[in-house]
Design a protein. Structure first.
Length: 177
């Protein structure tokens, strides 16, 4: 049976057994949230400064990519699909992204162990965790009630994420700062 034409509840089409399934937009973004939250937890539970530095770089790159794919692809699609009463959901997220980008820039100019480095990482974590919760509890459910094609949007997000990760990481997955 073919997938419904409406985006409501639309999932990725069945994939051949040996191929990667087309990602669902909200599934991809939620997976990013879980991964980044886990890296923040690892950071908080790590003592050696070199390990903290690697985790901070990983978090910053992941957040740079995540915010960019949302800003470029997900939010414009959401804005087009949601009604004007829901505009504040996106505006709040865009504001969180601005604060996130500013903190990442500060963190990237610092070295782990410097005064205020830990405070900036904690602030970044707080903004991120609140932002992820707001998206998952309000924005994503609102988007699911629209005719957004989450499979097609997920494919676009995944392709752009791969492109950005290639630009921001060296061979071996090390961030380019």
């Amino acid at each position: 049976m073919a997938a419904p034409e409406s985006g409501k509840g639309k999932t990725a089409p069945a994939s051949p057994p040996d191929s990667t399934p087309t990602p669902n937009a909200i599934g991809l973004l939620t997976t990013d949230h879980r991964d980044i939250a886990a890296w923040f937890a690892d950071y908080e539970n790590t003592d050696p400064l070199p390990r903290k530095a690697k985790l901070a770089e990983k978090i910053c790159v992941a957040l740079r990519v995540h915010t960019q794919i949302e800003d470029e692809i997900f939010y414009p699609a959401s804005r087009a699909a949601l009604n004007s009463n829901q505009e504040s959901l996106i505006e709040g997220a865009v504001g969180d992204h601005a604060a996130t980008k500013a903190l990442i820039a500060e963190i990237e100019r610092m070295n782990v162990g410097e005064p205020l480095y830990e405070a900036r990482i904690r602030m970044l974590r707080q903004i991120f965790m609140r932002h992820a919760a707001e998206e998952e509890e309000a924005l994503f459910p609102a988007c699911l009630r629209t005719d957004m094609d989450m499979a097609a949007l997920g494919a676009r997000l995944a392709a752009r994420k791969i492109e950005l990760m290639r630009k921001l990481t060296r061979p071996g997955g090390h961030p380019v700062m």
